[in-house]
Design a protein around this ligand. Structure first.
Ligand SMILES: [Fe+2]
Ligand SMILES: [Fe+2]
Length: 283
């Protein structure tokens, strides 16, 4: 495995030359930060990249959303599904495009599945309380964007690390720092800050491997921490040697209301997530 930690440590961030995330997805996320955005602006933006728009429509018409009348234009899809849901779809399409050819490797496929599973869990968990479910989905699918960047920069080395590392989920951060000079939380924070995305997304990306806050606070960052761990615990870890927390322990981390309403056993959550994953992967 190539060791470049010393070199990377001294290297100014800009020289890492991270590959660009699909511009349309970044612009959609930036627009979402602006409350005065008009639906036609969102529509024009997505439609400005026909290949991207057609992928978004495919997802919108997939089994996952199963609309009675399939949309043939982005404007229709916004009308049927709502602007916020469509935003989440754009990010899904963006993440898939970002991983691109690396997805043929099993380690990268696991990474994609972990992110998707985390987003689906986050969305459902948000729906049991007062956090916006579309915001939760978007944060879930982006939470490991730094990992994806490391994977795209050095696919072979990162895949090898994912395949061989053993331990609890957060223990991989140290191994990433040895290999790249940065871990995926720091990498993700740099990316999200550079794209000028909402501050709460930056907080999620940078802090999702920290322990749950002791004061029991519940916001989108805390929700994604638990969703990421739940995704690993129900069978979608980012690396096969991951030792996940038990589902029962993770339920204990939820606020009382969410704990009462959310799936009480891992198996039913797993079945539900597997169905949604299948619907997205089959398009
Ligand atoms: Fe992570
Ligand atoms: Fe994660």
């Amino acid at each position: 495995m190539e060791q470049r930690s010393g070199q990377a440590m001294n290297m100014p961030w800009a020289y890492l030359r991270l590959p660009p995330f699909p511009q349309v997805a970044v612009r959609v996320l930036q627009l979402a930060n602006n409350e005065n955005v008009q639906l036609h602006q969102l529509c024009e933006l997505i439609s400005s990249d026909p290949a991207f728009a057609s992928e978004v429509l495919t997802v919108a018409n997939s089994l996952l959303y199963a609309p009675r009348y399939p949309s043939t234009t982005i404007m229709q899809a916004i009308a049927v599904l709502g602007a916020n849901t469509l935003q989440g779809m754009c990010v899904t399409v963006g993440v898939r495009a970002y991983l691109g050819k690396t997805m043929s490797q099993p380690a990268m496929r696991n990474l994609w599945r972990h992110n998707l599973a985390c987003a689906i869990v986050a969305e459902q968990l948000a729906a049991t309380g007062f956090i916006d479910k579309d915001q939760a989905y978007t944060a879930g699918i982006l939470h490991d964007v730094g990992r994806m960047a490391l994977a795209v920069i050095q696919p072979g080395d990162y895949a090898m690390l994912l395949e061989t590392h053993r331990g609890a989920s957060a223990t991989i951060l140290e191994a990433e720092r040895e290999l790249f000079g940065w871990d995926h939380c720091e990498t993700g924070r740099e990316l999200v800050a550079g794209w000028k995305l909402p501050q709460d997304l930056e907080t999620v990306v940078a802090g999702h491997h920290m322990d749950r806050r002791k004061d029991g606070a519940w916001d989108v960052t805390e929700l994604v921490k638990v969703s990421c761990a739940m995704a690993s615990s129900i069978g979608y870890p980012t690396f096969p040697g991951c030792v996940p927390a038990s589902y029962a322990d993770l339920l204990e981390q939820l606020p009382a209301r969410e704990r009462r309403v959310f799936y009480s056993d891992a198996e039913s959550l797993k079945t539900n997530v597997a169905e949604s994953l299948h619907a997205i992967e089959s398009v």
